[in-house]
Design a protein around this ligand. Structure first.
Ligand SMILES: Nc1ncnc2c1ncn2[C@@H]1O[C@H](COP(=O)(O)OP(=O)(O)OP(=O)(O)O)[C@@H](O)[C@H]1O
Ligand SMILES: [Mg+2]
Length: 366
């Protein structure tokens, strides 16, 4: 299971710089075969200290972290929803991703052209939002037309959906994003699940600042933070130009030194990758054996059989039970045997909801 985050923003704000940093950022996770699916899709490993802890205790032959994909989407401009600057093609790229990383320029640099001729992150963000909203409005209106016909023939389901879609229309027309509509998840899925509204996708913002503001942020990033406060979205402050330099350092020690020289505890990229993972409502469970210690991605709320299914469909079909160790217990008792002896391993059935950090052992029968 691998989900995609699309990197979105105006032209020349640092999207590709950030993408390249992410894509070459093997320093954090040198043990995963980094690969590129397409030139603009990068597979990154999700940094996870717990995996290091487990590896230290189990000493496996192989360690496999979990992954995520980032897509570098070309810059959108004003009018993109009407096709300006190849707009429609890029908007289609956004439709395919699961979440959006919206990069906003918060750095001053006369040598880097700003398409609007000035640095104003809040206004920039609004340009992008407006284009995405216009595109969504188009999709919503199309579907409303279809549903109106069905509703007229007395289709009750169509009437319910129509009502929801009209609410979305209202939200979009008032210049808000579809995600701001508070609505029952099932109703939402029925109404807009098939049309993949761009502004319904979860979002986080990257304030791309200059080197001097990397630790503290600056007036621009503050303005952005203030402007998105009501959205409840996260704002990550980083300097894409520096991040891409840091990412190129493969030697782990040197990498650490570089970070500490800048006063950073961890790279902005690690922060961004973890935040994106959380944004998608993803959690990690582990399997731990001497052959392999591995992190697996599932969605929050998944029960044991479905979670087992990400390893192999047989695990789900033939699920019998799961033996679960909490990672804190593994750390405390140092081995599976010691955990068992202490009575800290639990045996769970089909209804067990897997928690972040669980170490799972599935019993199955095919
Ligand atoms: N934090 C920063 N400080 C200073 N310069 C930066 C910063 N981040 C990126 N840049 C510079 O900004 C320029 C544009 O960056 P980049 O190509 O990544 O933008 P982009 O958003 O991908 O643009 P496009 O939409 O045209 O593809 C580059 O010259 C890059 O080095
Ligand atoms: Mg680019």
């Amino acid at each position: 299971m691998s989900l995609q985050c699309g990197i979105v923003g105006l032209p020349n704000v640092g999207k590709s710089t950030l993408f390249n940093a992410i894509s070459t950022g093997v320093a954090e996770a040198a043990n995963y075969p980094f690969c590129t699916i397409e030139p603009n899709v990068g597979v990154v490993t999700v940094p996870d200290e717990r995996l290091d802890v487990l590896t230290g205790l189990v000493k496996p032959q192989k360690v496999i972290p979990t992954i995520m994909e980032f897509v570098d989407i070309a810059g959108l401009v004003k009018g993109a929803s009407q096709g300006a600057g190849l707009g429609n093609k890029f908007l289609a790229n956004i439709r395919e991703v699961d979440a959006i990383v919206h990069v906003v320029r918060c750095f001053q640099d006369e040598n880097v052209v700003h398409v609007e001729g000035r640095v104003d992150p809040v206004f920039d963000k609004e340009i992008i939002d407006a284009e995405l909203q216009l595109k969504d409005l188009e999709s919503v209106e199309k579907k409303i037309q279809k549903l109106e016909k069905a509703a007229r023939t007395g289709d009750a389901k169509a009437k319910v959906e129509l009502d929801v879609l009209k609410q979305y229309k209202g939200v979009l027309e008032s210049g808000q994003n579809a995600r701001s509509l508070a609505i029952d998840p099932e109703l939402k899925e029925a109404a807009i699940g098939d049309i993949q509204l761009l502004t319904a996708k979860p979002v986080l913002y990257v304030a791309n600042v200059d080197e001097t503001a990397m630790l503290t942020g600056n007036e621009y990033s503050e303005k952005l933070r203030e402007a998105v406060k009501h959205e409840g979205a996260e704002v990550i402050v980083l300097c894409a130009a520096i991040e891409s330099q840091i990412a190129e350092i493969e030697d782990e020690e040197e990498h650490e030194m570089f970070l500490s020289e800048y006063g950073l505890k961890e790279s902005g990229l690690s922060k961004l990758i973890r935040a994106s993972y959380a944004l998608l409502n993803l959690i990690t469970y582990f399997t731990a054996g001497v052959k392999e210690v591995r992190a697996w991605t599932i969605e929050k709320g998944w029960k044991a059989p479905k979670s087992a299914g990400v390893i192999h469909t047989d695990f789900e079909k033939g699920f019998i039970r799961a033996e679960v160790i909490k990672i804190a217990d593994f750390e405390k008792y140092k081995s599976e045997a010691a955990v068992k002896e202490a009575g800290k391993m639990s045996v769970e059935g089909k209804e067990y909801v897997v928690e972040d950090g669980d170490i799972m052992h599935f019993r199955f029968n095919v």
